[in-house]
Design a protein around this ligand. Structure first.
Ligand code: DUC
Ligand code: ZN
Ligand code: ZN
Length: 477
């Protein structure tokens, strides 16, 4: 199948150009001056389909480098399967995800990796890769890190919170970092001080403060800043490169900026929820159905931060100055009924997570509309840098000859309503983004040359998406 996408504005991280894009089979064959011929051939007459992108942006497919499909967590499992979650991603212009293989204490890492490959195989709508979560860092975990690199898993996530679930102590973290500094892999860190949080949670509950708002209050910015600083110091000690996930506190971002300024290989992402949503929104949330428990819809970790303290402004600023390099979602959806409601009487029992995989490209495009970031920076933050950071650039993250035909036609004059009625495709009984009106619309999505979304219709099939082996981070070599 040959496709010509004609008349659009191609947006790469490096800039914009009026150009036609020729996709041959699964691959971009050429990016051409509008209306040009190829070796004397009239291209338009020699392709199978021509798609008119006049007045629209033609961008590389989004890459969400932080998702948790069907993740076992908080006594339940994230409600999107690899099938439903990747289909929703496709609708939102995301054509690659990198999900997390989970290891709980005592479990064997390579067994878990095999299990996750089995879960995803034949299910996905878009291409996918894996990071590996390490919890107790056994001797076998270290050799497994080396083996997984050959499988294309080149980044390892550790947690400084969730004691008894995921938490690794500082000694375990250092062991994993030492191995990463030897084998070239990237350490990803959930940076929150778990002991402090556990104490504050206990104290709030003892005082009868049980509503979802106290989830955020018991995870203060000091706990994020302290853990971020500690992670940076441990990475400094070992020489390991470090990527801090889901940064929400401005003080944590300042730690990251200082480390980067000193020359250390420290990278970081934030997520849409930390750019738009606040602790005050959560406190004010109430509905006839749920009362104050409505706030459970926005229980995630790191938590939403206070609007009055300027965190959101600082995140946008960090995205402009490149102290933050990536925007992922931390997509970890749970339904209100039957999942989040297990915390009705105790906020600490609410499974942590927000679902956004479908909305990330739209929500961050809104940053362009608001004048927070430029058009090329939108593509850089949501596609190009995730590709480079996680070793898939060239195939993904760019519109150029030889790249996979992962292409999105985005209409800046279109509109996307995230309605109060269910308008999204995620397997959730609500959306954290209900009521958001977006000036822009994902019109058409190609995944390796196949048109899988057109005008809100899904044209693909389960199992279209393939596993990609990743190389080492392209920022480190
Ligand atoms: N944070 C969440 O909100 N959910 C999944 C795990 C995490 O770190
Ligand atoms: Zn995390
Ligand atoms: Zn996560």
């Amino acid at each position: 199948m040959k496709t010509l996408i004609k008349g659009g504005t191609v947006v790469n991280a490096t800039g914009t150009a009026h150009a036609d894009v020729l996709i041959d089979g699964e691959t971009i064959a050429a990016v051409l001056a509008p209306g040009s011929t190829l070796l004397g051939f009239d291209i338009e007459r020699n392709v199978d389909q021509v798609v008119d992108a006049t007045g629209k942006y033609v961008i590389p497919g989004g890459i969400d480098a932080h998702t948790h499909m069907q993740m076992p967590f908080g006594g339940t499992e994230a409600s999107d399967t690899f099938e439903t979650g990747t289909r929703a991603a496709a609708h939102g212009g995301t054509t690659s995800i990198i999900d997390f293989v989970v290891q709980y204490a005592g479990e064997n890492i390579l067994d878990q990796y095999t299990l996750w490959q089995e879960k995803a195989a034949g299910q996905c709508a878009v291409d996918y890769g894996f990071h590996q979560i390490l919890s107790d860092v056994q001797d076998s975990s270290l050799s497994a890190m080396d083996e997984l690199i050959n499988e294309g898993v080149t980044s390892f996530k550790l947690f400084m919170a969730y004691k008894g679930v995921f938490l690794s102590d500082d000694g375990q973290i250092v062991r994993a970092m030492q191995r990463a500094s030897e084998n070239g892999s990237l350490i990803m860190m959930h940076a929150e001080n778990g002991s402090v949080i556990d104490l504050l949670v206990k104290q709030h509950l003892e005082r009868g403060e049980t509503t979802p708002y106290y989830h955020g209050v018991s995870r203060p910015w000091q706990a994020e800043e302290e853990a971020t600083h500690r992670a940076i110091m441990l990475a400094n000690l070992t020489g390991a490169p470090l990527y801090i996930v889901h940064v929400s506190a401005k003080q944590a971002l300042d730690q990251i900026a200082a480390a980067r300024d000193s020359g250390q290989n420290v990278f970081a992402e934030t997520c849409p929820q930390y750019l738009y949503l606040s602790l005050e929104d959560q406190l004010g949330a109430s509905s006839p159905e749920w009362g104050e428990f409505e706030g459970a819809k926005w229980v995630c970790s790191t938590p939403l931060r206070s609007k009055n303290e300027g965190h959101q402004h600082h995140m946008w600023q960090g995205l402009r100055t490149n102290d933050l390099q990536v925007i992922s979602t931390d997509h970890c959806p749970f339904c209100m009924k039957g999942q989040k409601d297990s915390g009705l009487a105790d906020f600490s029992k609410i499974p942590n997570g927000i679902g956004s995989v479908e909305h990330r490209m739209d929500l961050i495009y809104q940053g362009v509309v608001m004048g927070e970031i430029t058009l090329p920076r939108w593509v850089e933050l949501t596609s190009t840098t995730p590709a480079r950071m996680f070793g898939i650039y060239g195939k993904k993250g760019v519109i150029q000859p030889g790249a996979d035909g992962d292409v999105v036609i985005y209409d800046p004059n279109g509109h996307t309503s995230i309605g109060l009625e269910k308008t999204h495709h995620m397997n959730m009984d609500y959306s954290a983004w209900e009521g958001y009106e977006i000036d822009g619309h994902v019109d058409t999505v190609f995944s390796r040359g196949r048109r899988i979304v057109d005008d809100n219709d899904y044209l693909g099939r389960k199992g279209d998406g393939a596993y990609f082996k990743r190389g080492l981070s392209q920022y480190l070599i």
